[in-house]
Design a protein around this ligand. Structure first.
Ligand SMILES: [Zn+2]
Length: 496
C-alpha cells in the first residue's frame, strides 16, 4: 500500500461513498506525505466509517451489515492514521465504527459532535461494546481547529437533517480541501447551526478542492429550506379547516419533529408524540440533547407523549406527530374533523391505507415535495458554493458514478471545475492546486459483517457494478438521468 505514496504530496482516496450505483458506506482517506531529513513521513485522517446499506446483495448468508475496508490502512504504521473525523450521526457515515470494534480492531481517536457522540453511545449499548474497547471520543464544534501531524482541520457546521452535522476544511502544505459532509446551503435550520459559509468564504483563497456531497445534484435550484417546509405545513393545516391533524415523520429526521411541532404551536394545537420505540428513542435523544418542547409550548399548548390519560385532557384541536402505522381509535378520527400530512416518500404506505380506509383526506410529499426535509444541496447550492470560492476542483461523492458522468456537460456550462475522471472507490488521487490526478487504482471491496455470538467477522467481497443491485438505477435510471441533465442544460442555455 505504501508504494503509491513514494512522492510527497496530499492524497485523497474514497474507500466507500464513490460506489458504482449505490450511495452508502461513506469513508474517505486523506494522507499527507511530507519530506523530512529522516525521509518521508505521513499523516492520515479518515473521514466517516459508515455502513453499506444493501449488504444482502453482496451474497453472504446471515450477514448483518457491510463496511468499507480500512484494515490495511489501520495496520500500516507508515500511514500513521491519527484520527477518524465524523461528519454526522447517520448510519451510512457512522455505523461502521461499531462493527470494526466488535471484530477486534483498534481505532484511532474519534472526533465528532455532541449529538453524534450520543447516537454512538446508543450503538455501543445496543451492540454491547465494553467501555475499554471504545476509542477516545473528542467532542468538536463549529470553528474548532485540530492539528494532527502535518494536517490542520477546521470544523465548519453544515445544514443537514440532524444535530451537529459538520464539514471539514483540511489544510496541508500543498492543497486545502473543503470536505462538505452531507450539506445544503439553507440558513434556516431550526435549533441547529446552518452551514458556516463565513468560515468557507474566509478560506476561499486557500481552498483548492471541494469534496462535495452530490446526493441531490439531479435537482435544480436550491434545496428546499426548512422555513419553506414550515410555512407550507402551516398553510396546509390552515386550509384543511380540520381540528385533528395527523403528521407522520421519518423517525431518524429530528428536524421534521421540530418543524411539525412548531407548525402545531403556531396554530395553537396541542401536540401528541405518538410512535414506535424507534420514534420515542430519537425523541428522547432530542430531549437529552437539550430540546424542550414543554418550554417552547409554555402555556400556549399542551404536549403529550403517547396516548394522554383521557381524551378530555387532549381537547378538540391537536396534532399527532409520530411514525405510527396505526393511529387506533383513541384519537377519535373521522373524515369530518381530521386531516393527514405525510412527510416521507416511502415510509407510510400502510398509513395511507389507513387514512383511505377511514376516508380521511391527506397530502403526501408526492403532491407537495416541500413537505419532505432535504439534507442535501441541489445544483443551485453548488453553483453558490462555486461562486463563493475561487474555481476549486469539485470532487463529487455520495453519488453513483453514472450520475456524475451524465452531469458533466451541465457542470461545465455552469463553470464548475469537475474532477476529470469520475472517482471510484479505492482510487487514489493526488491533490494539487487546480489539479486532481489519479495516482493509483485498485479494485474496491466491501467487508460483509457476520456475527457469531458477540464477535463480528468480515468476509471480503469485490465490488461489482451490481453490488448495489441497481438500487438507484431502479428508482432513477441512467437514461432518465441523462435526459434530465440534457433538459436542464437546454433550459440554462436558453436563459443564457
Ligand atoms: Zn446524512
Amino acid at each position: 500500500m505504501t508504494d503509491c505514496f513514494a512522492e510527497p504530496g496530499f492524497y485523497w482516496r474514497p474507500i466507500g461513498g464513490n460506489n458504482i450505483d449505490q450511495i452508502s458506506g461513506h469513508c474517505y482517506q486523506y494522507t499527507d506525505i511530507v519530506s523530512r531529513k529522516s525521509g518521508l513521513s505521513a499523516t492520515t485522517i479518515i473521514v466517516d466509517v459508515g455502513k453499506f446499506d444493501n449488504h444482502q446483495a453482496l451474497g453472504i448468508k446471515n450477514s448483518t451489515a457491510a463496511v468499507p475496508d480500512i484494515r490495511e490502512l489501520l495496520k500500516t504504521p507508515f500511514l500513521n492514521p491519527g484520527a477518524v473525523f465524523l461528519t454526522h450521526s447517520h448510519p451510512d457515515h457512522l455505523n461502521g465504527i461499531v462493527h470494526y470494534l466488535k471484530a477486534g480492531f483498534l481505532l484511532p481517536p474519534l472526533y465528532g459532535g455532541k449529538y453524534t457522540q450520543m447516537i454512538l453511545d446508543d450503538l455501543y449499548a445496543a451492540f454491547k461494546v465494553p467501555e475499554y474497547m471504545r476509542p477516545d471520543f473528542i467532542c468538536i464544534k463549529d470553528g474548532d481547529k485540530i492539528k494532527i501531524g502535518s494536517l490542520e482541520t477546521e470544523v465548519v457546521s453544515a445544514s443537514h437533517t440532524c444535530f451537529d452535522s459538520f464539514g471539514f476544511i483540511i489544510k496541508s502544505k500543498t492543497a486545502t480541501v473543503y470536505h462538505t459532509g452531507d450539506m445544503k446551503i439553507d440558513n434556516s435550520t431550526y435549533f441547529r447551526k446552518p452551514t458556516n459559509l463565513k468560515a468557507v468564504k474566509n478560506l476561499a483563497s486557500k481552498i483548492t478542492h471541494v469534496v462535495a456531497d452530490f446526493c441531490g445534484i439531479t435537482e435544480d435550484g436550491f434545496a428546499v429550506r426548512e422555513v419553506a417546509t414550515f410555512k407550507k405545513m402551516v398553510r396546509i393545516i390552515r386550509k384543511s379547516h380540520k381540528d385533528k391533524i395527523f403528521i407522520p415523520v421519518y423517525p431518524t429526521h429530528p428536524e421534521m419533529y421540530l418543524i411539525a411541532f412548531l407548525a402545531a404551536l403556531k396554530l395553537r394545537k396541542n401536540v401528541v408524540f405518538y410512535g414506535s420505540d424507534d420514534f420515542y428513542g430519537y425523541l428522547e435523544l432530542m430531549r437529552n440533547y437539550g430540546i424542550s418542547f414543554e418550554k417552547m409550548a409554555g402555556n400556549r399548548i399542551k404536549v403529550f407523549e403517547g396516548e394522554p390519560q383521557s381524551p378530555d385532557a387532549l381537547g378538540e384541536s391537536f396534532a399527532v406527530i409520530g411514525d405510527y402505522n396505526d393511529i387506533g381509535n383513541f384519537f377519535g378520527d373521522t373524515p369530518d374533523n381530521s386531516f393527514g400530512i405525510i412527510t416521507a416518500r416511502t415510509f407510510f404506505n400502510p398509513l395511507k391505507g389507513q387514512f383511505n380506509s377511514r376516508n380521511i383526506k391527506f397530502v403526501t410529499v408526492q403532491e407537495v415535495p416541500e413537505l419532505q426535509g432535504y439534507g442535501h444541496g441541489f445544483i443551485g447550492d453548488y453553483e453558490y458554493l462555486n461562486n463563493l470560492l475561487r474555481k476549486p476542483v469539485f470532487i463529487p461523492t455520495h453519488c453513483p458514478c453514472y450520475i456524475i458522468d451524465s452531469c458533466r456537460p451541465l457542470m461545465q456550462h455552469l463553470g464548475l471545475n469537475l474532477i476529470e475522471t469520475t472517482p471510484k472507490n479505492n482510487q487514489l488521487y493526488r491533490l494539487e492546486p487546480g489539479k486532481c490526478t489519479l495516482a493509483a487504482e485498485n479494485p474496491a471491496s466491501w467487508l460483509v459483517v457476520s456475527y457469531s455470538g458477540s464477535f463480528a467477522s468480515f468476509s471480503e467481497v469485490w465490488q461489482k457494478p451490481t453490488s448495489g443491485e441497481g438500487f438507484l438505477k431502479r428508482t432513477f435510471s441512467a437514461r432518465r438521468c441523462r435526459n434530465k441533465f440534457k433538459m436542464l442544460l437546454h433550459l440554462r442555455r436558453k436563459r443564457g
